[in-house]
Design a protein around this ligand. Structure first.
Ligand code: MG
Length: 413
């Protein structure tokens, strides 16, 4: 039996939230942006009026102002976004326990009933859409399908405040004519490769020989072929509520582009110190380390590695991050503008550490971390730092102010 899966996407979430919080902004074009003075001068989100005037997410602030002269800039209000996101999740919980968040403003819901009646998913989608608008003032677009990929496609298809059904009967008509880049996980690099061999639409991915896609994109080619045909069987995976967080990550846009391995390592050190500290504070450790790298053209990659044993130690995270970086990127060739690290598959500290007594260095590093925490707690955050970070331009960036929110699909895989 097919499932009934919804993908709910809050429309222009940051901008809508800010407008709700400041009613005087309701009737003007509004963009949420980072600090204009530093390098974060890009648009994080915009409301419908700004969108209609041609303002785009990730556009430079000066460019957006040229496109839309009356544009009002507001800073991000992360606390507000988190609270609203929670409120909306509580609404979803009235309909199902199977909720998988995808970023702060999107969720998949598995609402499969014991017996599916005709239009069940559509009716429920409309009910959820109306409830969210009535209770929060936000609008949501909902995709309804038998799989997650097409449900996501549906929520993108028509917005704001809309429902799109992609069924076994209509998917070739609705999904297949769309450009390949609309398919989840077809990023810029993948799209380029597909374009080169004349595969431009989702339908063309679906009907291309698997062998061709495999030779072009490796294993990912086969995955995309399956996705384009609606053969995504992955279940909606609820976040493990015992830990409350799925991963701990920090990212930063550096004031200067990073152009060599030493700078990259310094940036990872700063970020890993933060991530490791936050993990220890929550008494958690991660079994997977992931990195995010972006150049000035907004082209980015994410890579991750599973660890032989979970860690909450900054030095260990840096080593894994550098290995991933060296295997996938060369800053000398392609300067880095934005960099991030994240640990996930979290578990409570102590649960899987029985092996550590075999490794004195690991114990030594653990103790060192706890000692550093202690010193910082007693004498302030700047009390102890790494010598290699004392005279670096990378250290001028402060990741603490910037964590969590990123306009692009940061570590979404
Ligand atoms: Mg959204």
């Amino acid at each position: 039996m097919d499932k009934v899966i919804l993908h709910c996407d809050l429309n222009s979430f940051f901008a809508s939230a800010s407008c709700l919080n400041h009613p005087e902004l309701q009737r003007v074009p509004v963009a949420v942006c980072g600090d204009v003075k530093k390098r974060h001068g890009i648009i994080l989100a915009k409301n419908q009026l700004a969108k209609r005037a041609g303002v785009k997410t990730a556009q430079a602030v000066w460019e957006a102002q040229q496109t839309c002269p009356g544009l009002v800039m507001v800073p991000p209000e992360y606390q507000l976004y988190m609270e609203l996101s929670e409120t909306v999740k509580h609404i979803y919980e009235r309909y199902t326990g199977k909720i998988e968040p995808f970023g702060i403003d999107e969720c998949w819901l598995d609402v499969t009933p014991a017996r599916i009646t005709k239009d069940y998913g559509t009716q429920l989608a409309h009910e959820i859409r109306r409830t969210i608008r009535r209770e929060t003032g936000l609008t949501v677009s909902v995709g309804v399908s038998w799989n997650k990929i097409f449900a996501k496609l549906g929520s993108d298809y028509r917005k704001p405040d809309a429902v799109t059904v992609i069924s076994r009967e209509n998917y070739q008509k609705i999904a297949w004519p769309l450009p390949s880049s609309e398919l989840l996980y077809v990023g810029r690099a993948t799209k380029k490769k597909l374009d080169r061999v004349g595969i431009n639409t989702i339908g063309e991915i679906a009907t291309s020989p698997e062998l061709l896609l495999k030779s072009l994109l490796g294993k990912n080619g086969l995955t995309l072929h399956a996705f384009a045909n609606g053969n995504d069987m992955s279940p909606v995976q609820p976040v493990d509520h015992t830990y409350g967080v799925k991963g701990i990550g920090n990212s930063m846009t550096t004031k200067h582009d990073l152009t060599n391995d030493i700078e990259v390592k310094q940036a990872f050190l700063i970020l890993c110190e933060m991530v490791a500290y936050r993990a220890r504070k929550k008494k958690l450790q991660g079994s997977v380390v992931g990195i995010y790298l972006r150049d000035k053209d907004l082209t980015h990659i994410t890579r991750q590695v599973s660890l032989p044993r979970p860690t909450f130690i900054a030095d260990e995270m840096v080593n894994y991050a550098m290995t991933l970086y060296k295997a996938n990127w060369d800053a000398a060739q392609r300067p880095i503008r934005s960099i991030g690290i994240r640990i996930h598959k979290l578990s409570p500290i102590g649960k899987y550490t029985q092996l550590s007594f075999l490794d004195p260095k690991h114990i030594y590093l653990q103790n060192l971390e706890y000692t550093k925490d202690d010193i910082n707690r007693r004498f302030g955050k700047q009390a102890i730092t790494r010598a290699c970070l004392l005279s670096t331009k990378v250290a001028e960036s402060n990741p603490e102010e910037q964590h969590v929110v990123h306009p692009l699909s940061f570590f979404r895989r």
